[in-house]
Design a binder for this molecule. Structure first.
Ligand code: FE
Length: 203
């Protein structure tokens, strides 16, 4: 099989599905049937808006409501299911909370397990070999590349997702948000802050 030979020139091309998608996109664009900017907007919607908004609501509510917070930490699967966030890739959820003492970060070292009903589809970097290997080996370095520098005293705990268990990071509530309600707080909860590669945004 020439395609399996690393020295064969074809191996420089993307894998078959990626190649087909790119070829299809090129043809459709040339024919004026699709607009690449519109495609990017659609992908952005699923990757950054619809999905993570669900998780952001969970986090914002946990920040506002101590009873909800306690229930979420106790049994996240039940709590998020009650909110309608369940289904494929979200069957067994565990919430882990960031504090001054510990920062949690999520990876799937084996593949790309991710809590779809709460966060949408995983970003490309989450599925990359580099993130999957380095998140475990050198988490602080990876965090620094995401722009997150933690105090030395803060421990970093890395959680390995599986098909059995997926994690939601509850980031620390930023200072100066005391008067904000759930809706307003949601805007501060980024996707990356719920993976642990980011922090909640300060208002
Ligand atoms: Fe996986």
């Amino acid at each position: 099989m020439p395609h399996d030979d690393p020295d064969h020139p074809h191996s420089l091309l993307p894998s078959d599905p990626a190649l087909r998608v790119r070829a299809l996109e090129t043809v459709l664009t040339r024919k004026g049937l699709i607009d690449p900017a519109a495609l990017d907007a659609i992908i952005d919607t699923y990757e950054n808006r619809i999905g993570p908004r669900n998780g952001a609501r969970v986090v914002a509510r946990a920040w506002c409501d101590p009873g909800f917070h306690a229930a979420l930490m106790e049994d996240a699967t039940a709590v998020v299911s009650d909110m309608g966030y369940y289904g494929r890739q979200g069957e067994h959820m565990v919430a882990v909370e960031n504090t001054e003492a510990v920062h949690n970060m999520v990876v799937c070292t084996l593949c790309s397990c991710y809590p779809w009903p709460l966060l949408g589809i995983p970003p490309t970097w989450y599925k990359s070999d580099a993130y999957r290997a380095r998140a475990v080996r050198e988490p602080r370095k990876v965090l620094a590349e995401f722009g997150v520098t933690l105090p030395e005293a803060t421990a970093v705990r890395v959680w390995d997702s599986t098909a059995e268990v997926r994690y939601l990071v509850v980031p620390q509530r930023p200072a100066g948000t005391e008067g904000m309600d759930e809706e307003a707080l949601m805007d501060l909860v980024t996707r990356d802050s719920m993976i642990g590669t980011g922090l909640a945004v300060s208002p």
